[in-house]
Design a protein around this ligand. Structure first.
Ligand code: ASP
Length: 464
């Protein structure tokens, strides 16, 4: 018999159907046994009657919570007074006639309904169980809707979604790279992308003009409680645009997104507040001010753009200048001499996208003048030969007709965790890592076989 989804059982009153799923709960009432069966569309009450079928009844009695099975039976309306109006199928039930058990579940490491009270590490280790909970699935659904909305919005505005490589060359974004050793090219390494920055700029040289990608970014950063070593961002790049055109596009996208997918939320101010970095620091002593009117209101969203960031920041420990964003950002100065003479005074066409006191994205207009780009790299401490070696492709590409361009990359995980009032970004990611980069489910990172290391031409110090 073909399987019917539980949501469709509502249309089957009086009919025999087969439903499949997991045992959500079980109640033994002497000669009657109730099982709530859950599939991805809902929960259905199934009744086993001892006097009708003793064998089936005994089988059902032995079933454990969360076992996977199919049940055949007839759907009927529940007797008067026993309806449960809390659930969609609360007016019907199934009288069981047959049972097929696929996998009997052991006692779970934590009861699913108590997931919010157990150590998070336990939930991460058994994520496949944690994800059986409706709250988690609902978050994934909202995540999908959000991404789908972004895709549709940008496609309608003439953007082209392009996948850029995961195995590439390092792009500085302020973190360390995850390196991947090459087996075929001994001693050489790919870098996993900290962002698709360089590739998206190459797409502008290619004449794509409007690019986006739901991009995975990997950054080997120091441990922090609410940070992920990989995150997803909506990566965007455009040619022949002004800073304001980029900000307006993002503004329109988020206003419409909130209206459509989070209609209960109120946006504090439209158009979004635009404030320079200097002003934000002066008024709020932070570059990500929380501009909500009522900080206790869980439904208020205060979006803002912080603009005109300094181009460089002094890295105390390393005693050198670093790029506040990344080196490809365009300085607000045409005079190269000034960049070298007083890096601290140079502002950039760089902006952050801020929500309720969190940075949820950043972007900039890019330098296309090769002399300026060279000067920036020099301030950052790169030698001329090094610049050519590491970024030669940039210099080459930019000498064949490069359009002025710029972009932005709003993060998807952080936005969702704020808008859904989740306590951490791990709640909106199916398989998140811990703050120190461990995947507790898979046990990664893990050791590998000696032979694998040998193939990769790698010698690890003190490898046991
Ligand atoms: N590549 C930048 C980042 O990932 C965003 C951008 O400048 O477009 O933060």
């Amino acid at each position: 018999m073909k399987r019917t989804y539980i949501a469709d059982s509502l249309k089957s009153v009086g009919k025999k159907i087969r439903v499949c799923g997991w045992i959500n709960s079980k109640r033994d009432h002497g000669s009657l046994l109730f099982i709530d069966l859950r599939d991805r569309t809902g929960v259905l009450q199934v009744v086993f009657q001892q006097e009708v079928n003793q064998k089936l009844f005994s089988l059902a009695q032995e079933l454990t919570l969360e076992s996977a099975l199919c049940i055949e039976g007839t759907i009927r309306e529940r007797p008067k007074g026993t309806e449960n109006l809390q659930i969609k199928t609360g007016k019907i039930e199934m009288i069981a006639e047959d049972l097929e058990v696929f996998s009997k579940a052991k006692t779970l490491p934590f009861p699913l309904e108590k997931a919010n009270q157990v150590r998070e590490e336990l939930r991460l280790k058994y994520r496949y169980l944690d994800l059986r909970r409706e709250e988690m699935v609902e978050t994934l659904r909202i995540r999908q809707k959000t991404i789908q909305f972004m895709r549709k919005f940008l496609q309608e505005k003439g953007f082209l979604e392009v996948e850029t490589p995961l195995l590439g060359k390092s792009t500085p974004e302020g973190a360390r790279d995850f390196l991947v050793p090459s087996r075929l090219h001994p001693g050489k390494f790919y870098a996993l992308p900290q962002s698709p920055q360089q590739y998206k700029q190459m797409l502008m040289v290619a004449g794509i003009e409007r690019y986006f990608q739901i991009a995975r970014c990997l950054r080997d950063e120091d441990p922090r409680a609410d940070r992920q070593v990989e995150h997803t961002q909506l990566d965007i790049e455009m040619s022949f645009v002004s800073q304001e055109e980029i900000l307006s596009l993002i503004e329109e996208l988020y206003i419409r997104l909130v209206k459509e997918i989070f209609p209960n939320k109120k946006i504090t101010k439209i158009p979004f507040i635009r404030m320079t970095y200097k002003e934000a620091m002066r008024r709020y002593k932070t570059d990500k001010p929380d501009l909500r009117r009522d900080k206790k209101d869980p439904d208020e969203l205060a979006f803002a753009f912080i603009t005109d960031f300094p181009m460089f920041e002094w890295k105390k420990e390393e005693r050198r200048w670093g790029a506040m964003h990344h080196p490809f950002t365009k300085p607000q100065v045409e005079d190269i001499k000034r960049i070298k003479e007083s890096p601290e005074s140079i502002l950039a066409y760089q902006y952050d996208f801020v929500l309720n006191g969190y940075e949820i994205g950043g972007g900039s207009l890019r330098t296309t003048d090769l002399e300026v780009l060279t000067a920036v790299f020099e301030v950052l401490g790169h030698k001329k030969e090094e610049i050519r070696k590491n970024f030669g492709h940039y210099f080459e590409a930019f000498s064949y007709g490069v359009p002025p361009h710029g972009g932005i990359a709003p993060g998807i995980d952080r936005f969702l965790s704020i808008v859904l009032n989740k306590p951490s970004i791990r709640e909106v990611i199916a398989f998140p890592k811990t703050g120190d980069g461990r995947d507790l489910l898979m046990g990664a990172p893990s050791k590998v076989k000696k032979e694998q290391l040998e193939e990769l031409h790698i010698i690890v110090k003190n490898y046991p």
